[in-house]
Design a binder for this molecule. Structure first.
Ligand code: HEC
Length: 144
């Protein structure tokens, strides 16, 4: 358990430093129609959202506990959905795909977090993180 916690913190920290430090020149490139003061949403115009650096850390931090992480009882994959790797995310759940590349409206995973149905326990996904995931789906859900 300790090891998992460390990985999550390191991943979250890398997202913050990336947006704050590596891409300062891009501020203002995104459209901020949601009124939030999110630094992330502004710092990442659509075509630069990275699955590995921006999206995966959100899933690791907020979803992996029930969708992919391993505990004493084995790997936990609620609804057959695992969210640790790109392949797992795109493979979807036992009921089918949860990401429709290029179409946020048809992506069930987005609907679940927008409606607040996921995560099933704990804090809802903040608006700026939802925007990162939406921008990634809109960009065609690339494996980048
Ligand atoms: C505390 C455990 C828990 C956490 C954390 C959690 N989930 Fe789930 N998730 C579940 C359970 C249980 C189900 C199956 C029952 C249901 O659909 O409500 C589920 C189902 C889903 C489904 C539906 C799959 C399908 O095809 O029906 C999606 C999509 C999903 N989760 C996404 C997420 C995302 C994205 C996160 C992180 C933001 C997340 N979940 C975090 C427990 C969790």
């Amino acid at each position: 358990m300790v090891a998992v916690g460390v990985v999550v913190i390191a991943a979250a920290a890398s997202v913050v430093s990336l947006s704050a430090v590596s891409q300062p020149g891009l501020a203002g490139g995104g459209s901020s129609n949601n009124g939030s003061s999110s630094r992330w949403a502004i710092a990442f115009p659509q075509d630069t959202v990275s699955f590995a650096e921006d999206v995966a850390p959100i899933f690791r931090q907020r979803c992996a506990k029930c969708h992919g992480a391993e505990d004493e009882d084995g790997v936990r994959a609620e609804a057959g959905l695992m969210l640790l790797t790109y392949e797992q995310v795109m493979a979807g759940s036992e009921f089918g795909t949860v990401i429709e590349a290029g179409d946020p409206e048809k992506s069930y995973l987005l609907e679940m977090i927008v409606e607040g149905d996921m995560p099933e326990e704990g804090d809802p996904v903040p608006e700026e993180e939802i925007e990162i995931i939406r921008a990634w789906v809109e960009a065609g859900a690339p494996n980048n």
